[in-house]
Design a protein around this ligand. Structure first.
Ligand code: SF4
Length: 260
């Protein structure tokens, strides 16, 4: 098993029990990864091992490829449940992310009006008005918030921008006024240099829950590692640990799902 670099700009569709039929939209080049985080659990590998040599796919290329795929799926009588922006990096870092969202909404309405549009983002650009506005137009605005502990973020999510400030990110998520979905990775084990990354403990869960309550998202999705990770010392959180955290979120009156 190894880490994955996804085809670009379209991949799938993939069928999952949780999402149904999901067509992936990858705004990064096909030869590597571009992200403002460098998570030690990233299924695409470490940033330094996957530097890109080719540019981002253009807005036009993405719209053409998406339309061709949606037409083909329509002819084959396959109806996507969701169009998911994910792949090799941070989708909102594409210089034309906002325009690409407009194109995707137009194509979704034309070919598969029942499909939802989801964006998986690490939240680092949501302070930009254009990105905030684009994410406000889609169905599932899924924003990563793994913890509120700065030391842990620097060890595990490893933001590449020195200006990263989790308190500003929390304020930016709040600015969606309950429209955001928070996504949080829970894991155990250590970093390669021995730092304990277990964020299922009370030290991490209690302050995270406080912030979740303060933000008041539409939903919370918690999950754990599922594929090979670039850091080999990580371990999955258990079903019981995830279920216990999920139940505490639900007790706040916020819907929450756990994926194992
Ligand atoms: S934010 Fe996502 S794409 Fe970026 S490094 Fe982390 S897991 Fe990988």
């Amino acid at each position: 098993m190894s880490t994955i670099i996804y085809p670009s700009p379209i991949f799938g569709p993939v069928h999952s029990r949780r999402l149904g039929i999901s067509l992936g939209i990858n705004l990064m080049p096909a030869d590597g990864k571009i992200c403002t985080f460098d998570c030690i659990y990233c299924e695409c590998g470490f940033n330094e091992d996957h530097r890109t040599k080719t540019p981002h796919p253009t807005r036009e290329r993405i719209a053409e490829a998406l339309e061709a795929k949606l037409k083909e799926m329509q002819q084959d009588n396959i109806h996507p449940d969701v169009l998911t922006f994910a792949g090799n990096g941070e989708p909102t870092s594409h210089p034309h992310f906002a325009e690409i969202i407009d194109d995707t909404i137009r194509l979704r309405n034309k070919y598969c009006p029942q499909a939802k549009i989801s964006v998986l983002s690490n939240s680092t650009f949501i302070h930009r008005p254009k990105i905030h506005e684009a994410l406000s137009k889609i169905d599932n605005n899924i924003l990563k918030l793994d913890t509120i502990n700065t030391e842990y973020i620097n060890k595990v999510d490893r933001p590449t921008q020195p200006s990263y400030d989790v308190h500003r990110i929390i304020a930016d998520i709040k600015a969606f006024n309950g429209q955001a979905i928070i996504q949080t990775m829970f894991l155990k084990g250590t970093t390669e240099d021995g730092y304990d990354v277990n964020n299922t403990t009370e030290k991490f869960v209690a302050p995270w829950l406080e912030v979740v309550k303060e933000i008041g998202p539409r939903e919370v999705m918690i999950y754990t590692i599922d594929r090979e990770t670039p850091d080999q010392h990580l371990q999955k959180a258990t079903h019981e640990e995830l279920d216990a955290i999920r139940d505490r979120v639900i007790a706040l009156g916020i819907p929450c799902t756990a994926s194992y």
